[in-house]
Design a protein around this ligand. Structure first.
Ligand SMILES: Nc1ncnc2c1ncn2[C@@H]1O[C@H](COP(=O)(O)OP(=O)(O)OP(=O)(O)O)[C@@H](O)[C@H]1O
Ligand SMILES: [Mg+2]
Length: 353
C-alpha cells in the first residue's frame, strides 16, 4: 500500500484528523503522528526495553539540573524512534520547572497532588490525598491521575510546590521505621503505578543532600550528574562524585537499584581556557563516568527558559538568537540526548529480546 493510501485508511478510520497539505507534503500534528505510529503498529519503547527512572542530581545549586531535566525529557518525548511515554517529576519544592511546563491554568478549587503529596499520602491523616481516599478513590487511581499534560502529547509532568518542603519536617519527626517507609515509598508504591503509564521518568531534584534526595536515590535506576565546568562547581562536585557509592550504601536497597551513572558537562563555553582546564581535570576524576558529549553554554537556553520552554520547542524563525548559535545549541543537545538514550537503552534491553 502506498503512503497516501495508508494515510487515507487512517483518516477513514478516524485515527487522525485531516492533515494540512503543503508543497506536496503532509503536515500532521504531533498528536496525529503518534496516533499513526500506534495505528501502524510501530514498535514502542516498552516492547523492547524495561522502564527507567533517571534522576538528575548535584548537591551544588545552579549547576544545570533543571535545565538538563527539561532538555532530556523534551528530547525523549520528541524522539519518535524511541516512542516512549515520558514523565517529568519535579522533586524540588523551591523549583518552578514543573509548574512552568503544564498547559492548564491552576485554580484554587481543583485538587493538585505533587509527588511529595503522594509520598506522604498514607502517613498524613489530613489533606487532599486523605480526602480522596475517604471519598472512595483507590491509591492507584489517585497516583495515575496526578500528572499534568504539557504541550507535547508524549510528555506529562508532576510539578512541585513549596508545600512539598513539609516532607523534611514529617521525616525528621518520624521514628526509624517510618523514616525507612518514607524513603522507600516513591520507589515501592508510586513509581510502579506510574510505570504502567510511563516508560521514562526523569526526576529533577533540589540541591543539597536531604531525605528528598534519599527518596529519589532509592527510586532511580539511572543517575545523571550535570556539572558546569567552573572551578568552584568542580571542587564541590568532586567529593560528591567520589562518595556516590558510599552514599547509596546507606539506603534501604543499598544502591542495588543503580544500573547506570554518568557525569554530564553542561553550560560549557569552549572559548574559555579556564573551562577547558576544568574539563581536563574532570575527565581525570570522573574517567569513564564522564559522557563525551556536553551541552554548550548558549543564550538560547536562557531565552527559551524565560518562556518556560527549551531550545527544542523553539523555532529558528523566532530569532531568539543568531542562526549559528541556534544550530550549535540544538546540535549539542541532540548529541547529548542521543548518547544518553543509547546508553540507557543498552542497559535496559528486555530479556526475551
Ligand atoms: N547551557 C546553558 N547555557 C546558558 N545558561 C545555562 C545553561 N544551562 C543552565 N543555564 C543557566 O544556569 C542557571 C542554573 O541552571 P539550572 O536552574 O538548570 O540549575 P539547577 O542545578 O537546577 O539549579 P538549582 O540547584 O537552583 O535547582 C539558569 O539560569 C540557567 O538558565
Ligand atoms: Mg533546579
Amino acid at each position: 500500500m502506498t503512503f497516501q493510501k495508508r494515510v487515507q485508511a487512517a483518516l477513514d478510520n478516524n485515527v487522525i484528523t485531516e492533515p494540512i497539505y503543503q508543497n506536496k507534503q503532509h503536515l500532521f500534528t504531533r498528536h496525529d503522528i503518534l496516533s499513526l505510529l500506534d495505528y501502524w503498529e510501530f514498535p514502542t519503547y516498552s516492547e523492547k526495553y524495561v522502564p527507567r527512572v533517571i534522576a538528575i542530581e548535584n548537591q551544588k545549586g545552579g549547576t544545570g539540573k533543571s535545565t538538563t531535566t527539561a532538555l532530556l525529557s523534551t528530547a525523549a518525548a520528541l524522539d519518535l524512534d524511541t516512542n516512549a511515554r515520558v514523565l517529568l517529576i519535579d522533586l524540588d519544592p523551591q523549583g518552578t520547572l514543573g509548574q512552568g511546563m503544564i498547559t492548564r491554568t491552576l485554580d484554587d478549587e481543583s485538587v493538585y497532588l505533587t509527588a511529595i503529596d503522594l509520598v506522604l499520602g498514607n502517613t498524613e491523616q489530613e489533606g487532599d490525598y486523605h480526602d480522596l481516599i475517604e471519598s472512595g478513590y483507590t491509591e492507584s487511581e489517585i497516583i495515575k491521575n496526578s500528572p499534568f499534560n504539557t504541550h507535547l502529547p508524549n510528555l506529562d509532568v508532576l510539578p512541585a510546590f513549596a508545600t512539598d518542603e513539609r516532607f523534611h519536617d514529617v521525616f525528621w519527626q518520624s521514628d526509624e521505621e517510618i523514616k525507612d517507609k518514607l524513603i522507600e515509598r516513591l520507589s515501592k508504591d508510586i513509581i510502579p503505578v506510574l510505570q504502567e503509564s510511563y516508560d521514562l521518568i526523569f526526576i529533577d531534584t533540589p540541591p543539597q543532600e536531604s531525605p528528598l534526595i534519599w527518596a529519589a536515590n532509592e527510586a532511580l535506576d539511572c543517575l545523571l550528574i550535570p556539572i558546569s565546568p567552573r572551578e568552584y562547581d568542580y571542587s564541590s562536585t568532586t567529593n560528591y562524585l567520589l562518595t556516590t557509592a558510599s552514599r547509596f550504601e546507606g539506603l534501604p536497597s543499598k544502591g542495588d537499584n543503580l544500573v547506570w551513572s554518568r557525569v554530564l558537562v553542561v553550560n560549557h563555553d569552549e572559548k574559555v581556557k579556564a573551562e577547558r582546564d576544568t574539563m581536563d581535570k574532570l575527565s581525570r576524576t570522573a574517567q569513564d563516568k564522564l559522557l563525551s558529549s556536553y551541552i554548550v553554554h548558549s543564550e538560547l537556553m536562557v531565552a527559551a527558559a524565560e518562556l518556560n520552554r527549551t531550545p527544542l520547542d523553539v523555532m529558528k524563525s523566532e530569532k531568539l538568537c543568531s542562526s549559528k548559535k541556534y544550530d550549535d545549541a540544538i546540535s549539542s543537545i541532540n548529541s547529548v540526548y542521543k548518547q544518553i538514550i543509547r546508553e540507557i537503552k543498552s542497559v535496559s534491553v528486555k530479556e526475551e529480546n
